[in-house]
Design a binder for this molecule. Structure first.
Ligand code: ADP
Ligand code: MG
Length: 629
């Protein structure tokens, strides 16, 4: 009994795109279907090996292409794992956890581009077919099912006799139009060249009957001979000689295999011979996948043993701080029976993982050194991961990662490594200055940075939440401590200047105390500022938790109530200071209001909200009224 079902909404969207696609590379459907066939065969072969099923021989596991010119049908058959009815429904009725799901949130990209650029999966069949049939039988089951769809009005699944396990996809090609000639997918040579182009590395033979013309012995004539030919070379990309692989080969492979529509920023292909031999093919994506910074993202490399696929995400092959890397490892020294649990203890795997970590590290260093622009793109995408690496390891990864970090330099107005910052430090500068805030512009406006800039010292601008926590873990770089410009003492003055300040403090003792008193427990201290130039006041935090850290901590779900100690600093060279002195002498009861106004302004500048906005506003109004009288 057939039941008519609708595609899920997201699937419908993708489907519509496929049907109405004017995309010129419709041919990629073949890559998608072949790679699905290869995946399904992998699954079966792996099962055969691990469960000792002797009836399955690798030689029999071909992928077959069949052309029926008369009915205009192109079919792709595999002898793989097959699908149950439920699986048909789940995998072909919805975009479930397939690579195509990345499509869902990718609206900013031109739809048409998506099709050509990444694995759109099974639905790409509808770029060339008006009707698709999937006949399949799951390995181990007695009979099979047929799934039929003409895309528009959903799909139907019905039981059906199928001789063997595996799947046949039948594409009923669309009618030709003035612009599109679908007959080309019925041409043997066209299909052969598409397979060469897209699926050459597939490690099962892709076979097709091809017509050849052979001379008839003793005659001038030739005769038509049908030959079942293998179309692909079957050498996996990573086993091929690096010199014979073009950048496009790598890119195509990456996009197809890892469902990304962007080119990778960097490709690392290595063959290692030794105690443990392996080939690895690693890619650094240019953009983080949608789910990258969520719990859904699973790191890991694909694992092969002698070209036989073992598992999709061997997590232990990648350290957490390089979890953005995609790729695969193929080693002849691994047992096929290895399970996820065993992997952790496998010392050969540990050995490989170690080497891979070092390789990624050194490649990133090279990229930074030789291809700065590319590296900066990388850092924009994944720099956060490196910072988290240092933070989460409590600084243990500092030595490995610190030279891969980049920060925005206020002097040079570009990204610098810490080494570059230190190299540019004038002799009299002893610490690495940084300022944090929401954006570079906001930091630029902070009163606290003035005095340091004035001295000609560079300041690193930190805008990621993790930045200060990361610096805290690192403590210093090459023995130069990190110093928050809005925290503690800056110690920028000469001895004379210090004396001058001390004098001022002495003379204004009463005023400062009164301000502090009137602000009560809002501040831990009120000081004469040495870091302000043009601004009247600022808030600085005492050593320990800084303001940005306070903001980050209080935004965390478990509501950390850590507060930075607030110190109100007043600029002694600003007219407001003189005004305060006058008020202190003549009209002390006004100090209360003035202090609170100064404090609220400092809060606002620092990006906090004032505690009582109405009172703040009332006080300003009163001032304006007083001034006009
Ligand atoms: P993806 O391959 O990225 O998962 P597809 O849209 O290409 O996405 O395929 C969706 C799912 O359908 C596959 O993950 C697989 O479970 C199933 N599938 C597709 N083709 C086959 C096949 N020939 N044999 C068995 N399962 C298949
Ligand atoms: Mg697929």
């Amino acid at each position: 009994m057939a039941e008519k079902k609708q595609f899920q909404a997201e699937s419908q969207k993708l489907l519509d795109l496929m049907i109405h696609s004017i995309y010129t590379h419709k041919e990629i459907f073949i890559r998608e279907l072949v790679s699905n066939a290869s995946d399904a065969t992998d699954k079966l072969y792996y099962k055969a090996l691990t469960e000792n099923i002797s009836s399955i021989a690798r030689e029999d596991l071909s992928i077959d292409l069949m052309i029926d010119k008369e009915h205009r049908v192109l079919s792709i058959r595999d002898h793989g794992i097959g699908m149950t009815k439920e699986e048909l429904e789940l995998h072909l009725g919805t975009i479930a956890n397939s690579g195509s799901s990345a499509f869902k949130t990718e609206n900013e990209h031109d739809d048409i581009d998506i099709i050509g650029q990444f694995g759109v999966g099974f639905y790409s069949s509808f770029m060339v077919a008006k009707k698709v049939e999937v006949v399949t039988r799951k390995f181990g089951e007695e009979s099979g099912h047929i799934w039929v769809s003409e895309a528009i009005d959903g799909y139907e699944i019905s039981p059906c006799d199928v001789d063997n396990n595996g799947t046949v996809i039948r594409l009923y090609l669309k009618d030709n139009t003035d612009d599109d000639n679908y007959d080309e997918y019925l041409g043997e040579y066209a299909i052969q060249s598409l397979i060469k182009k897209y699926s050459d590395y597939v490690h099962y033979p892709i076979k097709m009957n091809m017509t050849t013309y052979q001379p008839i012995e003793g005659s001038e004539e030739t005769q038509e001979v049908i030959e079942n030919k293998t179309l692909n070379s079957m050498v996996p990309l990573w086993k091929r000689n690096k010199r014979d692989i073009s950048k496009e080969d790598y890119t195509e492979f990456y996009k197809d295999k890892f469902n990304d529509f962007n080119d990778p920023i960097h490709t690392i292909h290595t063959s290692v011979e030794g105690t443990v031999s392996y080939d690895s093919l690693l890619f650094i994506p240019s953009k983080p996948p949608m789910d990258y910074y969520s719990n859904d993202y699973e790191k890991g490399l694909q694992l092969y043993s002698r070209g036989v696929f073992i598992m999709d995400k061997a997590t232990d092959l990648l350290p957490e701080h390089f979890r953005f890397v995609k790729g695969l490892v193929d080693s002849q020294d691994l047992s096929l029976n290895i399970s996820r649990e065993l992997l952790q203890q496998d010392h050969q795997l540990k050995f490989i993982a170690d080497k891979i970590e070092k390789k990624i590290q050194s490649e990133l260093e090279k990229l930074l050194k030789n291809q700065r622009e590319e590296y900066e793109k990388f850092f924009e995408s994944f720099g956060l991961q490196l910072k988290f690496g240092i933070y989460h390891s409590y600084g243990m990864l500092k030595d490995k990662l610190q030279d891969l970090l980049l920060y925005y330099s206020s002097n040079q107005e570009k990204m610098l490594t810490l080494q570059e910052y230190v190299d540019a430090m004038p002799e009299n500068q002893t610490e690495i200055y940084f300022a944090s805030g929401e954006s570079y512009d906001k930091i630029n406006a902070l009163p606290q940075i003035e005095a340091i800039k004035d001295k000609g010292f560079d300041i690193l601008y930190l805008i990621d939440n993790v930045d200060e926590f990361c610096f805290q873990m690192m403590r210093d770089y090459k023995e130069k401590a990190f110093k928050n410009v809005a925290q503690g003492d800056l110690d920028l003055q000469s001895d004379e200047q210090k004396e001058e300040i001390e004098k001022q403090v002495e003379e204004n003792k009463g005023l400062l105390e009164l301000i502090k008193e009137s602000l009560q427990d809002k501040v831990v201290d009120v000081k004469i500022s040495t870091r302000l130039k043009t601004h009247p006041v600022c808030l600085v935090s005492s050593e320990g938790v800084s303001f940005e850290m306070e903001k980050v901590l209080s935004a965390m779900p478990d509501g950390n109530d850590v507060k930075a100690g607030r110190i109100l600093e007043i600029n002694p060279t600003h007219p407001i200071f003189e005004a305060m002195q006058k008020v202190f002498e003549m009209n002390q009861e006004k100090i209360n209001d003035y202090s609170s106004l100064l404090y609220d302004q400092a809060l606002l500048i620092e990006g906090f909200s004032v505690e009582n906005p109405v009172e703040f506003s009332n006080k300003i109004c009163q001032l304006m009224i007083d001034a006009s009288n």
